[in-house]
Design a protein around this ligand. Structure first.
Ligand code: BGC
Length: 800
């Protein structure tokens, strides 16, 4: 043990208290022993330090901080250096505000575009997500501040996020859902990791010893601490035993009491507790002992980092020779987002920006003949013909329309999953009306995730800025006028229709089980394997210039090729390496991303670039030997500008031994990739066990780990009434166009979590009593509740 002497001075109760928060954001201090409290704050794209009323939903104000573009945006830059620069600035702001742990980056895999939190995550590809997350982590930690990649693992839906059980076969889990975390830990040296709310193959992620010790510590060499997501600690004793350290937020004295009792009863060994205390203290003391000198960076410096990051992440999806705009081009601006930008998502990641550019405020500093603005639509879905008429009038009298559209606040948020890829109908109506009267319409999109884009056949230019942070609007105008050449490329596939996705069969899952029946065939892995056309492929993005690819050489250590900027503009290209191997023994997606490089070239310039191979280039996970392995044979090396636009092709042979873990006949659809046709029985074959689906039924008994939203099925009429009240509140917020995060959170919260998120005001005994009421025995439960309430109040006053 690294802190043996110190730990010997702590008694059992003190050690137990160290394993839970002291408040929403702080750990427990023992000043006399030299153990300070450390402060944890969200989040992934800017600091959310709350000094006043604390919450984990972004409801109460936080200190001003730079709002960088969200992860979904930055992934489009395909530039880890930008990720590192953001991390560095984020870490510096954390340091300047005495924050020790930044709760990010978020890198869950985009299994389905409906996930309401996709804006906070990088990619549908684990390699890309991992490289970006490692870069953020390095940048944050350069300041001595601890980064916290989240949420480990398979946390790909918001609906009943605290209840759902992600059922994933081990190979898919390792190759798709864990690889990104592996890269963030190994290459970023993350000093903490946050566990996911959900269960993974039946076990809560925060209690999964296999995940937290065997994989995270033993295999990946993680030497930091594990923190539960807020309210995500189910059984604290099991968590600590399995390798989790810190339960957040505070549970009053309850968490410590559980640990003390568990040690006394022999359910938890004191040795294991000591080990966890030691691991936590090692990171805590190192970060807290740093001489927290304030960073000399100014907020203006960070605004510029945010602007550069946003600029390099803009994706040009369509350009019928309308972009860049020429000097003095006559433009009209249409769309509410130009006046009130949509620049970040809702939920725990919300940042209170130091300043906020808006298109209308900065437009005059560009050399354009700006003719005026029309709002075009309401943020809520309300139709308004007057707004359309006004927009049409403006569109008729200008040469070019800059049409600002996208998803509004209610359409994507932490706590909810989307139910459509469509833009709000009032925006679709506007696009139709404006394109009918103007033939130079350029749409500028703000949205944190995939949208349906069938409408783009009517417009002449499409720029996608995702959620671009506080400097997004001016970064976008730089691209529009050609001060910068767009160089972003999509990090997720845009299907023609979400129903094409194999994960769409049950998303978000209709029960508390989420069956990852499609295996590894996520996003482009599916579409490329079954050769289905998509709207915009993974890795796609246009430029104002053109790049030539030539002279591919392949060596044992990597590929290299020549990239030439053959056009008129300076610009950057994202060169992507995909590996492909046909095999009758090991099923695999047709193409898999295994490397990428962003290269900036002046017009006419060329450069030889290299993409090295690494331990992930040829590997697959062999479930029989329980090891990573390389299948022998020829591998195609595909170098291109997107997953579909392959410009150079090479190959390489790998040696090794193949031990086949599969019988083709029993899992044919995983070999063909046609996983929309996989039956549950075939999935069970892959999984190696039976899946017992547990549908919801009316009048069913509810338990501690059921969600509040399941009150709809409750026995008690009163409980169902509570559900209807909550539902009504949600409906009203939907109509207003603003997510009601409070209700959303409660809705997806478990009964158990209610007892864990009230600073100790409620506990599990009280929630058990509530459940007796919910399950139809109102008065018995009520009596039990009063007793449990009294006991808990005494306990919180008295302490353990
Ligand atoms: C989110 C985490 C966040 C935490 C603290 C949770 O609801 O899932 O990502 O870090 O709150 O705000």
């Amino acid at each position: 043990m690294k802190n043996k002497q110190l730990i010997e001075q702590l008694d059992l109760t003190q050690k137990a208290f160290l394993m839970s928060g002291a408040s929403t954001w702080e750990t427990v201090p023992y000043e006399a022993l030299g153990i300070p409290s450390i402060f944890l704050s969200d989040g992934p794209h800017g600091l959310r330090k709350q000094e006043g009323a604390a919450d984990h939903l972004g409801l109460n104000a936080s200190l001003k901080a730079t709002c960088f573009p969200t992860a979904a945006t930055i992934a489009n830059s395909w530039d880890p250096e930008i990720g590192e620069a953001i991390g560095r600035s984020l870490g510096a702001e954390a340091r300047n505000n005495d924050v020790h742990v930044v709760l990010g980056p978020g890198l869950n895999i985009k299994r389905h575009p409906f996930c309401g939190r996709n804006f906070e995550y990088f990619s549908e590809d684990p390699y890309q997500a991992g490289k970006m997350a490692a870069a953020y982590t390095r940048g944050i930690q350069e300041n001595g501040v601890v980064a916290c990649p989240k949420h480990l693992a398979a946390n790909s839906q918001e609906t009943r996020r605290m209840t759902t059980d992600s059922i994933v076969d081990e190979r898919t889990l390792r190759e798709i859902y864990l690889t990104g975390f592996e890269i963030a830990v190994k290459e970023g040296q993350a000093k903490s990791v946050m566990t996911a709310y959900n269960r993974l193959n039946g076990v809560y992620a925060n209690e999964d010893k296999w995940l937290l010790r065997d994989v995270l510590v033993e295999e990946w060499g993680f030497d930091g601490f594990v923190v539960s997501d807020w309210g995500g600690s189910n059984d604290h004793v099991l968590g600590v035993a399995a390798g989790s350290h810190l339960e957040m937020p505070t549970t009053g004295v309850n968490g410590a009491k559980e640990l003390v009792e568990a040690v006394k009863s022999g359910r938890l060994s004191e040795e294991v507790l000591d080990q966890r205390v030691d691991e936590l203290l090692t990171v805590l003391l190192a970060t807290a002992s740093l001489n927290y000198q304030k960073s000399p960076d100014t907020l203006e410096d960070h605004h510029q980092v945010a602007k550069k990051a946003a600029r390099e992440s803009v994706v040009l999806l369509k350009n019928q020779e309308v972009l860049p705009l020429k000097a003095k081009a006559q433009v009209g601006i249409i769309g509410d987002f130009a006046e009130t930008p949509r620049y970040q998502g809702a939920g725990s990641s919300v940042v209170n920006p130091t300043r906020l550019d808006t298109t209308l405020e900065v437009i005059d500093s560009y050399d354009l003949d700006y003719q005026g603005f029309a709002k075009g639509y309401h943020r809520s879905f309300k139709e308004d013909q007057e707004l359309i008429d006004e927009a049409v009038a403006l569109a008729k009298r200008v040469e070019t329309v800059l049409l600002y559209i996208g998803l509004d606040e209610i359409s994507e948020s932490e706590g909810l999953d989307r139910s459509t890829l469509s833009l709000p109908a009032n925006q679709l109506g506007l696009i139709k009306a404006v394109t009918a009267v103007n033939s130079q319409v350029i749409t500028i999109i703000s949205a944190g995730s995939v949208i349906d884009m069938a409408w783009d056949q009517d417009v002449q230019g499409v720029l996608h800025g995702y959620l671009a942070g506080q400097a997004g609007p001016s970064a976008m105008l730089d691209v529009i006028v050609g001060k910068a050449t767009p160089s972003g490329k999509l990090s997720e596939t845009y299907p023609h229709d979400y129903l094409q996705l194999p994960s769409a069969r049950d998303y978000p899952s209709a029960t508390n089980q989420t069956v990852y029946q499609e295996g590894p065939y996520i996003g482009y892995r599916y579409f490329e394997t079954v050769q289905k056309e998509v709207k915009y492929p993974f890795g796609f993005g246009l430029s104002y210039t053109q790049f030539g690819y030539s002279d591919l050489t392949v060596s044992e250590t990597g590929i290299s090729c020549l990239i030439k900027n053959e056009g008129q503009y300076d610009g950057a290209e994202v060169v992507q390496l995909y590996v492909s191997k046909g095999s009758e023994v090991i099923y695999r997606p047709f193409k898999e991303l295994k490397g990428f490089k962003k290269v900036f070239l002046k017009a006419g310039e060329s450069q030889r670039i290299e993409i090295p191979f690494d331990d992930k280039t040829f590997r697959y996970y062999n479930i029989l030997t329980q090891e990573w392995a390389v299948e022998p044979g020829d591998y195609d090396l595909l170098v291109g500008a997107s997953v579909q636009d392959i410009r150079l092709k090479g190959s390489i042979q790998q040696v090794g031994e193949v031990s086949s873990p599969y019988e083709l006949e029993s899992i044919p659809h995983y070999f063909s990739g046609k996983v929309t046709d996989v039956s549950l029985a075939e999935f069970e074959e892959l999984l190696g066990r039976e899946v017992r689906l547990l549908p919801f039924t009316k009048g069913q008994e509810l338990f501690l780990n059921d969600s509040i939203s399941q009150l709809v099925y409750a026995k008690s009429g009163l409980a169902r009434l509570v559900y209807r009240i909550l539902d009504g509140m949600l409906e009203r917020s939907e109509k207003k166009g603003k997510p009601n995060l409070n209700v959303l959170f409660i809705y997806n919260m478990t009964f158990r979590a209610v007892g864990k998120m009230t600073n100790g005001m409620a506990n599990q005994d009280m929630m058990e009593a509530v459940l007796v009421m919910v399950n139809g025995r109102f008065w018995a439960g009520f009596g039990q509740l009063v007793g449990a309430f009294r006991r808990n109040r005494k306990l919180q006053k008295r302490g353990i």
